[in-house]
Ligand binder design. Structure first.
Ligand code: ATP
Ligand code: MG
Length: 555
């Protein structure tokens, strides 16, 4: 189903109504990442939703960094996030924005709330505040500082801003209702003292606004019409609305929530992903096993596949766990349509064609893709010594094994029919070479005796083969829900999630392989050039995904 033909999701229905009834003239959405890690597949859902709505309804979508926590945020993450959003194929409106751009305005609005008697400086420490807050079943108690004079709060808040109050000694809190059933309305903290340098504002601010105080106000400043976030913020919506109502903000955005994406066999928490990186379980945020955008990209997943996946899973108001097989499906579907074909032998076994003239070479040609005529034909040099995969040869086998067997025939893909005549072994009985004869009359034709070999195997010519490394990946976790309940996700990291094969032999045309392009290695799967470890003349290929779902067969 395409974007145009599928039924509208609940947010699209809502927006359609807002436009029809004139509540909104132009849709303005935003994607608001916190720059404290790299984007993951869960964020892709939010990106596709926010940017997709803007595209669909002729609106715009901003990219705003929610940089209100100086301790965890870094420029590296800002750069990576911008890069990832652009790679996914989305263009944000105007310049990138930052919550920190609004620090001065937010400070002024905080003063406004104090003057209106709607905020106060509180001197309870963190433990006391927790105690006064009450529980889900018991109301909270008023802070002893709640009714201090406005002027006193104003003076203290200014002191906090100047940096003369120690960390933890005071906070600014909204004055709402300590008995509210919704805990977020029990005089939430609007500002904390943090004497930590910020990645953009340096030491200019010793106080930082809370997420709740920064987020909706940032939306209002930018004229966001639909502020879309995940369900865990549903309980924050009354506070979002309270702040918008009680501040002289330039517009009145509204918040809507949707169900977050959870994917089995992986995790979608930046904190946990960071732990995998920091503790060396993987080799960086862009490790091809990571569910990060940069990891998926390095793995060879095309951006169109991620967008298609998000279309497939849809947008609803409930959380759920999506089966990794759906992502795999989207990836295979996209690569099958677009990936040029090639041959690469992962576990090479030498084949010598004893009846092929020494020193002779033919340039055979093969289609770039079975149906895409726009993908150029490939040239496959053919000569007396070839490589086939070790797993494609057996000395003896039953009929199920439709590959090369001693005394039998097989077709070399895009080339001739050969017959295995003899094997050469070392002292330990390991097969070193297979001696075969080729049938010169079988290029693009059946053998003259009419006996068609059952199997087709891939190969490359030995003298012109491109030597390469191939990295095979499996799921990062061996458990479907590695972080459920009281599980420690680190206990379930799949020790076989990376397998490195050296000395693989690829058809020579792959010397021109480009990063960010997927290739189908015939009979093996989809592969891409690794952007980090490849060297001139010594490429490294990552397996993006196999041709079929091997997990289904195992479980
Ligand atoms: P994490 O839990 O990984 O730290 P986060 O929600 O704290 O994620 P943000 O950078 O604040 O990360 O997220 C930016 C936006 O992406 C938010 O609007 C958030 O709701 C959304 N988002 C984050 N994770 C998911 C997910 N798994 N599915 C859908 N949207 C998500
Ligand atoms: Mg967040």
């Amino acid at each position: 189903m395409t974007v145009e033909t599928r039924p509208l999701n609940f947010i699209e229905q809502l927006i359609t109504k807002d436009l029809e009834e004139g509540r909104v003239q132009q849709v303005v959405t935003r994607f608001p990442p916190e720059p404290n890690g790299y984007l993951h597949i869960g964020h892709v859902k939010s990106i596709c939703l926010n940017f997709g709505l803007a595209e669909r309804f002729g609106g715009v979508c901003n990219l705003r960094f929610d940089d209100t926590n100086p301790a965890k945020e870094e420029q590296e993450y800002v750069d990576a996030i911008r890069n990832d959003v652009a790679w996914l194929g989305f263009q944000w409106h105007g310049e990138v924005r930052f919550a920190s751009d609004y620090f001065e305005q937010l400070y002024q609005w905080a003063l406004h709330l104090i003057r209106e008697g709607k905020a106060y400086v509180c001197e309870l420490n963190a433990d006391e505040m927790r105690e006064y807050r009450g529980t889900l079943t018991e109301p909270g108690r008023n802070s002893p500082w709640r009714d201090r004079p406005t002027d006193e709060s104003l003076a203290l808040f200014q002191k906090m801003r100047e940096g003369s109050v120690p960390e933890g000694a005071m906070t600014l809190r909204a004055r709402i209702d300590m008995a509210a059933p919704n805990m977020n309305m029990r005089d939430p903290v609007l500002y904390r003292i943090r004497k930590v340098a910020h990645h953009r504002t340096g030491d200019a601010w010793p106080i930082y606004p809370s997420y709740d105080f920064a987020h909706g106000q940032g939306d209002a400043i930018e004229g966001i019409t639909h502020s879309i976030c995940t369900l865990e913020f549903e309980d924050h919506r009354p506070l979002y609305d309270w702040l918008i109502e009680n501040l002289p903000v330039p517009s009145r955005p509204r918040q809507y929530e949707f169900g977050r994406l959870n994917l089995n066999y992986t995790i979608t928490s930046k904190r946990k992903l960071k732990q995998l990186v920091d503790e060396g379980y993987v080799d960086g945020w862009d490790d091809p096993r990571m569910p990060t955008v940069s990891g998926l990209r390095r793995r060879g997943v095309p951006p169109q596949a991620l967008r298609q996946f998000c279309e497939m899973i849809g947008v609803t108001r409930s959380d759920g766990v999506v089966d990794m097989a759906m992502l795999d499906y989207a990836v295979r579907d996209e690569l099958d349509k677009n990936a040029p074909r090639a041959m690469c032998v992962l576990k090479p076994l030498k084949v010598i064609l004893t009846n092929y003239p020494e020193g002779q070479r033919e340039d055979l040609s093969a289609p770039g893709h079975p149906v895409r005529d726009d993908l150029a034909e490939r040239t496959l040099p053919f000569s007396r010594e070839l490589y086939i995969d070790r797993e494609d040869f057996r000395e003896a086998a039953n009929k199920q094994f439709k590959r090369l067997v001693l005394g039998k025939k097989v077709r070399l893909r895009n080339a001739y029919v050969i017959q295995a005549d003899d094997v050469v072994k070392d002292e330990d009985g390991n097969i070193l070479e297979v001696h075969c004869s080729y049938d010169a009359g079988t290029l693009g034709k059946d053998p003259a005796d009419g006996v068609k070999p059952k199997g087709v195997i891939h190969w490359v010519a030995a003298d012109t083969a491109l030597d390469c490394e191939v990295r095979l990946y499996d799921r990062l976790f061996s458990e479907a829900e590695p972080d459920s309940g009281d599980r420690n996700f680190l206990d379930y990291v799949n020790p076989e999630s990376l397998q490195v094969l050296q000395g693989c032999k690829a058809e020579p045309g792959l010397a021109d392989a480009r990063v960010d392009e997927g290739y189908q290695f015939e009979r093996e799967g989809y592969f891409c050039l690794d952007s980090r470890y490849s060297q001139p003349g010594k490429p490294v290929f990552n397996r993006t995904i196999g041709l079929r779902d091997t997990w289904k067969q195992q479980s």
